[in-house]
Ligand binder design. Structure first.
Ligand code: 4AD
Ligand code: MG
Length: 504
């Protein structure tokens, strides 16, 4: 019996098993909010209606005590989940003394240290439910389109995405690297199956603390024979649209509980803008507007607004704090004022962060050098101008991976495509059309100073029945982070692994 199914049992007696997410007592009554992983339900224990033992048990419940509660299901729209359980019997399964995560605000490092318990909290629960729906939608999309899921090895002999982020391990006395991407194997498997996708963990030694980088993350990598970069972009667009719409359709309450503005996600029904690298650079540098908006001047204006608002907020906090110093203020009024002040202080924190960030973004946009890869700031600057994901393609070949095909018409460009999520999120997908010219590929491997012998098998794919092909990699956690509008990628995965965090 699960809380999500209570509506099927209205007026009947059922037994729920779960954990106490909250408990309060008033004269002769104990109210327990029970959590069972499928939902929340208020259980009311009335001393006048239950045995003394049951009432004593109910009184002993503390935060996160596991319990079994039997009672009558009553519809009550005012309650969380719309139903209430009028308890008949309560028995404690496991005590929980001094649960470390109290209701008061904790710092994020404290919560990360208690990730094994933090996962039980409502917000984290909702994020994980959305992550689960995303994973399911990914499989649905590819399976329904006739892709075969195949798995790439995780121990590898070669780098795929540059040698600087490799994790080295000992493979029976020989060095081996944890996979940075399954792509090269994906290409081999696509030559066997036509269309495949891999879905597995990926490892990158990213020795810096950013809000976008994990050391271990999950990547979905489709690879399609007989696809060029434009067909690849069509697949990416249909795929992302499918996933986002599935989440909107099936995770309404989860999105609402984490405060996600769903209307922002609904823009994915529109065609995704496709920009060349050249256009994207002009936009970042403020040389080209987007829908009448200029990247540079809009940031300058925003900075002015942020500064003005900061002054207002500071003044209001000071004013309210003065008011509270005057003796004789009623208790209710004190509470009201304090709540306002807390809220204003939170806003002030955000404003101060914006005052630090915006000048950095402006700086990097103004000084962007044509030919460079985009950094996090550049991605933020351009994606703030769009309300749906954008695809940037045709990158200078020097800044992209060795395996990308040169554009036949303009050989300074590689046929890579990055998808940048809106609202300042930035890259969620990297992909492109693959080089099929054996000579060019060998030259690239040499240019990147990669060990040729580790790539001989890969070169065979060009020697034996080579075909045009393309694919991409989606970072699952980056997608979850954007869809849930999280401030940091660390909340998008059950147990994040990143620079400075290996436990719990
Ligand atoms: O752009 P990347 O490096 O592309 C590849 O690995 C290609 N081999 C994929 C392919 O064409 N089959 O990585 C792909 C995506 C990025 O767009 C990003 O979403 C995610 O993987 N990603 C990370 N996510 C979290 N933490 C990191 N350190 C990440 N590095 C990449
Ligand atoms: Mg990339």
């Amino acid at each position: 019996m699960y809380i999500k199914d209570l509506r099927l049992h209205e007026g009947k007696s059922v037994t729920l098993k779960g954990w106490a997410a909250n408990k309060r007592e008033s004269k002769g009554l104990v109210f327990v909010i029970l959590r069972d992983g499928t939902g929340l339900c208020q259980c009311v224990v009335d001393a006048s209606k239950v045995s003394e033992d049951t009432f004593t048990s109910a009184q002993q419940i503390s935060l996160e005590t596991s319990v079994s509660i039997t009672g009558m299901v009553v519809k009550d729209d005012r309650q969380v989940g719309g139903y209430e359980l009028q308890a008949e019997a309560v028995s404690i399964i496991g005590q929980s003394v001094d649960y470390p995560i109290a209701k008061k605000e904790h710092g994020v490092e404290f919560l990360m240290d208690h990730r094994h318990l933090w996962l039980r909290s409502q917000r984290q629960w909702a994020i994980m439910k959305i992550r689960n729906r995303i994973i399911y939608a990914i499989h649905q999309f590819f399976q329904e389109q006739g892709y075969v899921q195949m798995d790439a090895p995780l121990f590898t002999a070669n780098a795929v995405e540059g040698t600087s982020t490799l994790f080295e391990t000992d493979f029976y006395g020989d060095p081996a690297y944890l996979s940075q991407s399954g792509q090269l194997y994906g290409e081999a498997m696509a030559m066997a199956m036509g269309k495949i996708y891999t879905f597995g963990p990926t490892f990158r030694a990213e020795k810096s603390k950013t809000r976008r980088h994990l050391s271990e993350f999950w990547m979905i990598e489709p690879e399609m024979a007989f696809h060029d970069i434009f067909q690849n972009m069509n697949v990416i667009e249909a795929f992302l649209r499918h996933v986002v719409l599935a989440v909107i359709a099936d995770c309404k309450s989860e999105l609402e509980s984490i405060g996600r503005d769903v209307s922002k996600l609904e823009h994915v029904t529109k065609p995704f803008p496709r920009l060349t690298y050249d256009e994207a650079v002009r936009i970042i540098k403020g040389e080209q507007d987007v829908n009448g908006q200029n990247a540079i001047t809009s940031l300058e204006q925003e900075l002015e607004q942020v500064i003005a608002r900061t002054k207002e907020v500071e003044a209001e906090i000071a004013e309210r704090e003065e008011k509270m110093k005057v003796p004789g203020m009623k208790k209710g009024e004190i509470g009201f004022n304090q709540a306002k002040i807390d809220k204003l202080k939170q806003e002030l924190g955000d404003l101060e962060e914006a005052q630090r960030n915006i000048p950095n973004w402006l700086n990097s946009a103004r000084n962007f050098e044509y030919g460079n890869d985009f950094g996090g700031s550049d991605e933020t600057v351009i994606t703030r101008l769009f309300d749906l994901p954008i695809m940037v393609y045709n990158w200078p070949h020097e800044v992209k991976a060795f395996y990308l095909k040169r554009d036949p018409g303009q050989s300074q460009f590689a046929r890579g495509v990055d998808v940048l999520a809106p609202e300042g999120y930035g890259e969620i997908v990297g992909g492109g059309e693959r080089e099929t010219d054996l000579t060019l590929l060998i030259a690239k491997i040499n240019e990147h100073q990669l060990p040729m012998d580790a790539f001989e098998w890969y070169l065979d794919l060009r020697r034996f029945g080579s075909v045009p092909h393309a694919g991409f990699g989606l970072g699952l956690e980056r997608l979850v982070t954007w869809i849930c509008k999280l401030p940091h990628v660390r909340e998008s995965i059950p147990f994040p692994r990143m620079y400075g965090r290996l436990k719990p």
